[in-house]
Design a binder for this molecule. Structure first.
Ligand code: COA
Length: 445
């Protein structure tokens, strides 16, 4: 075995299956070829700079594997998504959000006793410290709930100073995990209540995860609250479908921030901020705004598509396209079906759903979208379900964040527990000025 091979297998999870020869400056350098459990191959360049003085350049990380991970498998070409090996379709059909959270975080499905214990622990931590209410007082009423969410999660570090999540493994980390999973829906519902001037509704631990969230969102002290179990179930599936998506922008953020050994709370707060962007989790809000604009201005779907194709003012068809899925997004298929079910169940007819379906139909026949492999993604129909349930548009990305939380936790935990843990610190190709002397203020033009 040569030196490169030795370094490749230093990390036990790396499987070196051969070498790749790179020719540079008249020399030949061997780099290990490693392979994942689903056959994806990668050239291990961890020693490239030491051996050649060169780094790699990969704008947007289109070809870069930043870690090895056993959490989620995604094949964009074949439209496959699996959590810990289990197809997303089977989980959506048979599991729950809480059980799937356990699966993602701890690596396998829990047995009955483990699931009960996990559910009980998460449920015990739904309440917020009373002093956190003062914190909500300080925000303007029209604050975006994603801003409140990121701040409130970061604030958890001030309330739980002894267990900020830096401890890797063991009961301390588990406690941080229960706290985060338990409190995020409460934090989110409080943001909504604050924005509409209603009193906060305390969690009710006799309800399951999603039902409890719906009650905190919509119950008022003056009237009884009737929960529709079908709606709670649909929402639970929606959360489950969002639970993880391997190394996307916010998961990479959680790893990047956590790689400085920042706490779980701080890292998740950063991931929430990353998710907020319209090209990432913010897209579900943008989809509804786009559909609303089409409806309000009476634009024909084909005319809107023409605007997108002409790239007028950078217009994009929100909810379409994906960095990885180039065939179809398996989550979108499940959500589209759930959308019809929920709307039928609630007896809601939403003109935006009709517009969405017309747009999808037209886009899937249009060469611009077909040739670029642009298909509806998870965000295209999820907003219509949220609307039907009564969740305001500004809360859509918050729903995504609640769903994605177990994935962020799993990514952070896996990275921190990895024997090959390293602070993330990419390099760059500097394109600025070469050495330039300082010019005193009086001598500048
Ligand atoms: C998700 C997304 C950011 C992926 O981007 P990406 O992998 O970097 O792909 P690119 O931006 O390079 O797009 C490739 C081509 O398709 C076009 N394209 C991509 N998404 C498009 C969309 N939603 N509408 C119109 N054109 C789109 C680009 O303009 C580009 O065309 P060009 O080659 O003529 O310049 C992108 O598809 C997008 O902006 N989608 C809308 C936002 C969204 O729904 N995000 C949620 C993702 S789950």
């Amino acid at each position: 075995m040569n030196d490169s091979d030795k370094s490749a297998v230093k990390d036990a999870s790396k499987k070196s299956v051969g070498t790749v020869v790179l020719k540079l400056d008249g020399k030949e350098i061997e780099l290990p070829l490693i392979v994942g459990s689903e056959g994806e191959r990668a050239i291990d360049i961890s020693e490239l700079r030491t051996k050649t003085g060169c780094i790699t350049y990969d704008n947007g990380y289109m070809n870069t594997g930043s870690c090895q991970s056993a959490i989620t498998f995604l094949d964009g070409e074949r439209g496959i998504l699996r959590y810990r090996g289990i197809p997303i379709e089977q989980l959506a059909e048979q599991s729950t959000f809480v059980e799937t959270s356990y699966l993602l975080i701890y690596g396998r499905l829990p047995n009955k006793k483990e699931l009960e214990a996990f559910t009980t622990r998460v449920t015990r931590h739904t309440m917020l410290h009373e002093d956190m209410k003062n914190f909500y007082e300080g925000f303007p009423r029209d604050a975006h709930p994603m801003a409140t969410l990121a701040s409130a999660v970061s604030t958890l570090s001030t309330f739980y100073q002894n267990e900020p999540g830096r401890a890797v493994g063991g009961k301390e980390l588990d406690l941080c995990i229960y706290r985060l999973l338990g409190k995020l829906p409460t934090i989110a519902a409080y943001s909504h209540k604050k924005s509409i001037g209603h009193p906060f509704v305390y969690p009710d631990n006799s309800l399951d995860y999603t039902a409890n969230f719906l009650r905190m969102m919509f119950a008022v002290p003056t009237e009884p609250y009737e929960l529709d179990p079908g709606v709670a179930k649909a929402l639970d599936v929606l959360l489950l479908l969002h639970s993880d998506h391997e190394q996307n922008c916010s998961a990479s953020t959680v790893r990047m921030v956590g790689s400085g050994r920042a706490s779980l709370f701080a890292s998740v707060s950063a991931a929430i901020s990353a998710l907020w962007g319209p090209l990432h989790g913010g897209a579900n809000q943008e989809v509804i705004e786009m559909l609303q604009e089409i409806k309000d201005n009476g634009i024909a779907p084909k005319d809107y598509l023409a605007k997108v194709k002409n790239k007028e003012q950078g217009a994009r068809l929100m909810g379409f396209g994906h960095r990885v899925y180039k065939n179809f997004d398996p989550r979108a298929k499940i959500i589209k079906k759930a959308c019809d079910t929920v709307l039928n169940k609630l007896g809601v007819s939403d003109p935006l759903l009709d517009i969405a379906k017309q747009i999808e139909e037209a886009a899937l026949k249009d060469d611009y979208f077909v040739s670029r492999k642009l298909y509806p993604n998870v965000d295209f129909y999820s907003g219509i379900i949220y609307r039907a349930v009564g969740i305001p548009t500004s809360m859509f990305t918050v729903m995504f964040a609640i769903g994605r939380l177990p994935g962020w936790i799993a990514q952070w935990k896996e990275m921190n527990e990895s024997p090959s843990f390293k602070i993330c610190r990419p390099r760059q190709i500097y394109t600025g000025q070469s050495e330039t002397p300082y010019v005193p203020l009086g001598k500048r033009r």
